[in-house]
Design a protein around this ligand. Structure first.
Ligand SMILES: Cc1cc2nc3c(=O)[nH]c(=O)nc-3n(C[C@H](O)[C@H](O)[C@H](O)COP(=O)(O)OP(=O)(O)OC[C@H]3O[C@@H](n4cnc5c(N)ncnc54)[C@H](O)[C@@H]3O)c2cc1C
Length: 313
């Protein structure tokens, strides 16, 4: 079969690679895929292509095909920290959500990048391993969590990660990073400064009591349900903590709870969350976050930075 270049962003060789992986049952793809369906914010126009590799080798093959052919692409886990553009994405969004093998051995867990954090926490609990309770209820993948050093309730990825394996897209080489090499900080890892793709990670936990671990997970989940607007689509906390401040307290103090632009609203339950009330556009969310930032700067002289990443078109 001869593949035509789909557009300037998806080249024939990438299309051919996706097609042959699909024929082998090792990938799925969709053209003109509505990104609003693929992210927790339920916002975003169509991506030229959305691809779901079914195994790590298929992920590597797609990334290498994209690099070699000059196809524009972006890697996503569960898209729970992303605001997609209203115009969608020109090129291919490669989702890792089908790569979710989890292997527990002794005190360690080795898992693929797309493994959901809640499933990891449940696997740890079943093995009476403590350390992942904080991650229960975070709707992201392991890869996304390592990428931004996700954390909650006093825990974060940096405390439990011992290594990660990654693909360098340009060379196609697979290498690994030890914990210390990740340069972890608050919502930061070295991966944020590189274009490497996290393939898997090894976590080290400590033996604990299964019932006590479950109790802690339930407590964290109850706290989430009572304090966060989980009933509405969002991408979690919209802003990072500003040094020395709780950003949500600043937003609340500025009287912005319930403030709306179009369909985007500052949650009345948790001022740190911007929610999609049903018909929010990315433009609404950006206009709202710009308004919040300028009010906070005027009132408190504090600059706040978005945590949610904007992607596209
Ligand atoms: C209701 C709600 C509650 C939340 N609570 C928390 C919380 O308590 N703590 C917290 O830290 N976050 C929280 N979040 C935000 C989000 O769930 C986390 O940041 C999570 O770690 C993002 O993972 P993801 O797989 O969704 O990443 P995505 O949103 O898909 O991607 C985020 C970034 O990671 C990169 N990335 C993803 N996978 C890979 C990979 N394999 N290799 C290289 N780069 C990759 C992407 O390119 C992108 O730049 C919450 C979100 C929601 C909606």
């Amino acid at each position: 079969m001869i593949y035509k270049t789909m557009n300037d962003y998806i080249k024939a060789d990438f299309f051919a690679a996706a097609d042959s992986l699909k024929a082998e049952g090792r990938a799925e793809y969709e053209l003109s895929a509505p990104l609003s369906r693929c992210c927790t914010f339920r916002i975003g126009g169509p991506a030229d292509m959305a691809v779901w590799p079914g195994d790590i080798e298929a992920l590597s093959a797609l990334v290498c095909a994209a690099e070699n052919s000059g196809t524009r692409y972006f890697i996503c886990g569960s898209a729970s920290n992303i605001l997609f553009s209203d115009e969608g994405f020109r090129g291919a969004i490669i989702f890792t959500t089908k790569l979710k093998k989890i292997c527990v051995s002794g005190n360690t867990i080795h898992a693929e990048c797309g493994a959901p954090l809640s499933l990891l926490a449940m696997a740890a609990q079943r093995a009476s391993l403590s350390g992942l309770e904080f991650a229960y209820g975070i709707p992201g993948s392991l890869g996304g969590a390592v990428f931004m050093n996700a954390g909650a309730y006093g825990g974060e990825m940096s405390q439990i990660l011992i290594s990660s394996e990654y693909l360098s897209p340009k060379s196609g080489k697979i290498s690994s990073l030890s914990a210390a090499e990740h340069d972890f900080g608050y919502r930061h890892s070295l991966y944020m400064e590189r274009d490497d793709i996290i393939l898997s990670a090894v976590l080290e936990l400590v033996p604990g009591d299964g019932d006590e671990i479950q109790r802690k997970m339930d407590e964290n989940m109850d706290a989430r349900r009572s304090k966060q607007p989980l009933e509405s689509p969002s991408a979690g906390s919209m802003f990072k903590r500003a040094p020395g401040h709780f950003t949500s307290a600043l937003i609340d103090g500025a009287g912005l709870k319930g403030y709306k632009v179009g369909g985007a609203e500052v949650s009345s339950k948790h001022a740190g969350f911007v929610i999609n009330t049903g018909d929010a556009t990315a433009a609404d969310v950006i206009a709202l976050t710009e308004h919040i930032s300028s009010v906070i700067f005027e009132k408190y002289g504090v600059e706040i930075e978005r945590e949610v990443r904007t992607v596209g078109p």
